[in-house]
Design a protein around this ligand. Structure first.
Ligand code: SF4
Length: 641
């Protein structure tokens, strides 16, 4: 960030930080003071709980520093950058009392500004194919003007005037008071010759008057005009004066407004109605053991191997296919999530360290034997696909399905992809449904539709759609659920398969253009993709299958075979190294990696083993008995297929 922009932001934030700290901490954080030793040092990790655009990191840093200058703040993304659910945003390390006292205030700033940036980016993306730009307004939180407008810039929007002093904006009341448009503009220019002038117009006649002014005004604002009126105004102005559409610029309508040809669209909602971006801070383990975070991969790996050896067969490490190579090298088992969970449950190990994302460790906990403990090196490593569906959201949809068809339990079989929370697996167990994997989704869906007339499939819309089509179900018989605007009852009754709108951020990055481009470059190449990819990509591929299937196909192929593989890129790279006699490429020009899988590192793996070596089970993943019982039922139905 330009240092001038940063200075302005921090100058504007300083009094707000003072107010917020006085309001929230006052004479002291009673809980932290009473529960933490005065010399405790903590390591907090700020993690995104939803996808969005980050803004306000320097302000959050300033809050921590204001509460205790000894707190260090290390960012992992920059303002303006998009994050996905589960992604690490920043590390905060320092005196524990100050760190926890500052947490809420820092997050309040960061969440608000990131929410504005995220909403702005949605507007900007919606009009990306046009040349129009998104502007903010003065509808900002009192005192937050500079911060809110900074967040709009981070979202890709432009700032309108900062305040009443830096631009002339002549509105209807000024025109009426001055005795006409020309009179108002003339007086304004005489009083403030250096300020830009914009005039609000409500009719074509007013616009004609503005266009006749010499020299031309800097901009005309089309106030609350219909789309037709805007199109007429664009034709009338013919590029002589830039036009700004103002009023009723909602996310649903903004693309249509931009298509009229206006130059700017201002939206008050960017700053007055943006929901906060969900971010949280979790305290990580303090450093344990002799090897520091800065140690080389070789030293960290050697320490993990040493600790592992000390446990013998009391401990197993599971490594998902998408893990880093250095983690996989230390794993006792490598595989997909369900296979790993089943492998671990076959052992007599007391400690099962799952190097994968959260739902995978939960699945291992569900299938574990009594006395086994499942540990995650980083329990904040989530999965955007699993996080796309919550129990609350699915239950709300289920209730509406029941309203539409009379009894949801008689009409719909719920099917959850294994990439889902334990809660949702249990939901399927309770409602006569089952879990599926990408290997057996076809069998599972066939079973579900044989049992009841319709299926509710979550959370992966692409796997659900691709699988249903393989069973001969047409797109017209499928209904994509909209969480914000649930479908009407008639649409539900007409559907055979309801799809939850979740998707994997990695697999949905593959596009039909990638298939076309790689085929042009390497004629005859076989395109092999995962069924979490979009339907349009699956349709163009030569073959589709689960991660295990992809590995098997490559392993079984002859030297010289050529593959373009549409799945997570760490796995593709591993296959390239393992089969150098074949030509193996990622399907995408920019190979997509799973960022949350990458949260598992040698460092945090070493730290949970150090804790175990000291008799402490850190980061244990526990699923309550009732959820476990019902989730097992849903998994068992799948295993019985
Ligand atoms: S690759 Fe996709 S589905 Fe798998 S863990 Fe990452 S985000 Fe989740």
């Amino acid at each position: 960030m330009e240092s001038e922009e940063l200075s302005a932001l921090l100058r504007a934030a300083a009094p707000l930080i003072e107010l917020a700290v006085a309001e929230d901490i006052g004479p002291g954080d009673a809980t932290s003071i009473s529960t933490l030793p005065a010399d405790s040092v903590l390591h907090g990790r700020i993690v995104a709980k939803a996808s969005g655009v980050i803004a306000g990191l320097p302000v959050a840093e300033a809050v921590f520093s204001r509460v205790d200058p000894a707190i260090g703040f290390v960012t992992h993304v920059a303002d303006g950058q998009e994050v996905v659910s589960g992604e690490l945003v920043a590390d905060v390390i320092g005196p524990g009392r100050g760190l926890l006292a500052a947490e809420r205030t820092a997050l309040n700033f960061l969440q608000r500004l990131s929410g504005i940036a995220t909403l702005t980016r949605s507007f900007v993306d919606a009009i990306a194919v046009t040349s129009a730009a998104i502007l903010d307004t003065r509808k900002t939180q009192p005192g937050y003007r500079i911060l809110d407008k900074y967040a709009v810039r981070m979202g890709g929007g432009l700032n309108h005037r900062q305040a009443l002093y830096d631009m002339i904006l002549i509105k209807d009341n000024h025109i009426d008071g001055a005795g006409g448009i020309l009179a108002a503009v003339t007086r304004a220019r005489a009083a403030y010759p250096d300020l830009p002038v914009e005039v609000e117009v409500r009719t074509p006649e007013e616009l004609r008057q503005v266009l006749a002014i010499e020299p031309p005004v800097d901009r005309a604002m089309l106030d609350n005009m219909s789309l037709d009126q805007m199109r007429q105004a664009v034709a009338l102005a013919a590029g002589r004066v830039p036009l700004e559409a103002s009023g009723n610029a909602t996310l649903e309508r903004v693309a249509a407004i931009a298509a009229t040809g206006v130059d700017y669209i201002s939206a008050g909602s960017l700053t007055h109605s943006a929901p906060a971006l969900d971010l949280s801070m979790k305290v990580a383990l303090p450093q344990r053991g002799p090897v520091s975070r800065q140690a080389s991969a070789g030293d960290l790996g050697a320490r993990v191997a040493e600790l592992k050896a000390a446990f013998g067969d009391q401990l197993v490490i599971l490594g998902h296919h998408y893990q880093r190579d250095e983690v996989i090298a230390l794993a006792d088992y490598q595989g997909d999530s369900l296979q790993l969970a089943r492998d671990a449950a076959q052992t007599d190990a007391r400690f099962i360290v799952f190097c994968g994302v959260h739902f995978m460790a939960e699945t291992a906990a569900i299938l574990s034997k009594p006395g086994q403990h499942i540990v995650s090196p980083d329990p904040s490593a989530g999965c955007c696909l699993a996080d796309a569906a919550s129990l609350d959201g699915v239950q709300t949809a289920w209730d509406l399905l029941g309203t539409a068809v009379g009894d949801a339990d008689a009409e719909f079989t719920p099917v959850t992809y294994v990439n889902s929370s334990a809660d949702l697996k249990a939901f399927c167990g309770r409602h006569g449904g089952l879990v599926c994997t990408s290997s057996n989704a076809e069998k599972a869906l066939r079973w579900a539709l044989g049992r009841r007339p319709r299926t509710f499939f979550f959370p992966d819309q692409h796997l659900g759609r691709n699988t249903a089509r393989r069973l001969g179900i047409s797109l017209e018989e499928m209904l994509l659920w909209d969480v914000d605007r649930p479908p009407d009852l008639g649409a539900i009754r007409a559907a055979r398969v309801i799809l939850w709108p979740g998707a994997c951020n990695v697999h949905q990055l593959f596009r039909p253009e990638h298939v076309q481009a790689i085929r042009r470059q390497f004629p005859g190449i076989r395109v092999l993709v995962h069924p979490e990819c979009k339907m349009e990509v699956v349709d163009l591929a030569d073959d589709v299958g689960s991660t295990s299937y992809i590995i098997h196909q490559v392993e079984a192929a002859a030297p010289g075979a050529q593959w373009a593989i549409g799945t997570e890129s760490r796995l593709v790279e591993r296959l390239q190294h393992r089969r150098p006699e074949q030509r193996i490429f990622s399907l995408a020009d920019v190979p997509p990696f799973c960022r949350t899988m990458a949260q598992i590192t040698l460092w945090n793996l070493s730290q949970v083993l150090e804790a175990l070596a000291h008799g402490e089970i850190a980061n244990e993943i526990v699923v309550d008995p009732d959820t476990t019982r019902h989730a097992r039922l849903a998994l068992q139905r799948m295993l019985d297929l």
